[in-house]
Design a binder for this molecule. Structure first.
Ligand code: IMP
Length: 201
């Protein structure tokens, strides 16, 4: 029987997206909790790659098998890469409406290309023999002058995508999955994983 894939997330939204993209691998995809991991994972890394690898390895140590984890965030050049790996924890107590307002306020004085920013995603997969596969991708844009759109989540309303003339919260979910940092990194990982598992019984 084909080995299942354990995804190190508790986020159902992410899991739906992942199941859709990885469907043609023909493998069952379960969460780390379903695989029996009930601990907490401290994201102590300073890069997306480190954090994705910490998550995947921590779960793998307990479960073995194939474990996949991602780490993502918004990188704003004008703010020296903030909120970056701290995207989920930035102004932690505040709703995204406030976080997004604050980030736009901090962009005062930045014009045109100075507003460049991107969502970044790194995916690490640990294989049954303990070796690792890595994939990463970005979705480039600019910080909008004001938030727009109610699709997506998190920082989507403030990442303006010049080629669409809209923010990431205004494009359809299908379109976002096709061009997003996570969608592209998952597609890459799917290729690498199916090659790595070729011939597996
Ligand atoms: P993670 O779940 O540890 O990877 O945290 C990712 C954080 O980055 C999220 O909580 C959001 O704040 C932000 N983020 C990542 N991807 C997106 C996206 O596609 N749209 C909006 N915000 C995102």
């Amino acid at each position: 029987m084909k080995e299942r894939i354990i995804f190190a997330t508790g986020n159902e939204g992410k899991l739906r997206e992942i199941r859709l993209i990885l469907a043609d691998l023909g493998r069952k995809i379960v969460t780390m909790r379903q695989a029996g991991f009930d601990g907490e994972i401290e994201e102590t890394g300073t890069t997306f790659a480190e954090n994705a690898t910490i998550k995947a390895r921590t779960v793998w140590e307990k479960t073995g098998g194939i474990v996949m984890a991602d780490d993502s965030g918004l990188v704003i050049d004008y703010l020296n890469g903030e909120p970056g790996v701290y995207s989920a924890r930035y102004l932690e107590e505040e709703p995204y409406e406030v976080k997004n307002r604050v980030l736009i306020d901090r962009m005062k004085g930045a014009v045109g290309k100075e507003r460049s920013a991107r969502f970044v995603c790194h995916i690490t997969t640990v294989l049954p023999d303990g070796s690792e596969l890595h994939a990463d991708a970005a979705m480039e844009g600019r910080i909008a002058e004001k938030p727009a759109g109610d699709g997506g989540f998190g920082y989507d309303p403030i990442l303006y995508l010049p080629e669409y003339g809209m923010t990431s919260a205004e494009i359809s979910m299908e379109e976002k999955n096709r061009i997003s940092h996570r969608g592209k990194a998952l597609e890459q990982m799917k290729e690498k994983l199916s090659r790595a598992l070729e011939g597996e019984q």
